[in-house]
Design a protein. Structure first.
Length: 352
């Protein structure tokens, strides 16, 4: 086994890179909006999102397809088009700097070095005609200034760190030679190469079998603890976030509709959409061939959303108030659980 002890970040280097004290936000997003200009109108993909990612913690973001999760992550990374087809407003504060004010040259220095991303499909994020070793050493040389020999040695250590067998041999292979789980491990190695402070994992276990999913999630958790790294875990799977996140955000139609510490939110959801997501998840104890519960209706158009609560047309608790006035994201009595609903769910007696 290759010694990977020196891959861990030293306290001194963390301080030099502007580490946030415990409890403070490493990433603070304030009223962020990402709108797409389309022939049919303005699509409000992210529509007024505010959140905080604390140092060394994992923030989960869940929601149906089209809720704005991936667009939010790409906005943070600054990898959306800059040709006028995308409109932004709000602030993305990372270590005291607003990423939205940085020029593209400055953002290239942030990507990979300070903030890295694992994309949903490793086959689309890895270059199919470039050897795996070259894809990792490219990051090391660009961000850490390593020589070719030193970068290749570190690349082998990273592949060993993420659990690939015979890492020296894997360096000269192409992505097509690897299984889906192995490709995802390579994508993680690429993301971790420059020792980022924030890792964004966008559906990192999609299309992987359950056993490999568990291995990948355990790997991410282990690496996070070793490096005191913050993680944003984006998924539609509530089973994943329940065991691997500290805080949880539920998104719907471009907005946050509920957020709280994960255990609190899952034990007593206040927003009917969160309840519907939980009820639509498979139950292992259910008899064979039990029908899955589906959320009725379809998500609203992001170009012409409803005037009131965007979940209102699909909500069984909706009233005229819901159809007329959009609810604000407000705290519960304790203050740590925020929800956007005119008629929040009753708190279970066992949780009161």
């Amino acid at each position: 086994m290759i010694d990977t002890g020196h891959l861990k970040l030293a306290v001194g280097s963390r301080a030099a890179r502007g580490a946030s004290p415990d409890g403070e936000g490493l990433l603070d997003i304030v009223d962020l909006k990402t709108h797409f200009v389309t022939p049919r109108g303005i699509a409000r993909a992210v529509d007024g999102v505010s959140l905080r990612v604390r140092r060394g913690t994992t923030l989960g973001i869940v929601g149906e397809s089209g809720s704005g999760k991936s667009v939010l992550s790409r906005t943070i990374m600054g990898i959306l088009a800059r040709d006028g087809s995308v409109r932004h407003s709000g602030r993305i504060m990372f270590q005291g700097r607003d990423l939205r004010t940085l020029a593209e040259r400055e953002m290239r220095a942030v990507r990979g070095r300070d903030i890295a991303m694992i994309f949903q499909d490793p086959m689309s994020s890895l270059n199919p005609v470039m050897k795996i070793g070259n894809q990792i050493t490219e990051v090391l040389r660009a961000h850490l200034g390593m020589s070719s020999a030193a970068a290749r040695g570190r690349a082998a250590e990273l592949l060993d760190l993420v659990g690939l067998p015979d890492p020296q041999r894997q360096l000269d292979r192409y992505p097509v030679h690897l299984s889906g789980g192995m490709r995802q491990r390579v994508a993680i190695a690429v993301a971790l190469a420059a020792e980022p402070r924030l890792l964004i994992a966008d559906e990192p276990t999609t299309a992987l079998d359950v056993t490999v999913q568990s291995q990948i999630l355990e790997l991410l958790r282990s690496l996070q603890r070793q490096r005191d790294m913050s993680v944003i875990l984006i998924t539609h799977n509530l089973g994943i976030v329940s065991g691997y996140t500290d805080d949880l955000i539920v998104m719907y139609a471009g907005r946050i509709v509920e957020t709280a510490p994960t255990r609190d939110l899952l034990s007593r959801p206040l927003m009917p959409y969160t309840e519907a997501l939980m009820q639509s998840s498979p139950v292992l104890t259910a008899p064979p061939h039990t029908r899955l519960t589906a959320i009725p209706g379809l998500p609203p158009s992001l170009i012409d959303p409803t005037a009131g609560c965007r979940f209102g047309p699909r909500c069984r608790y909706a009233t005229d108030t819901c159809r007329e006035r959009a609810p604000a994201l407000l705290p519960d009595a304790a203050g740590g659980h925020l929800y956007a609903c005119h008629h929040p769910l009753p708190v279970p007696e066992t949780s009161a």
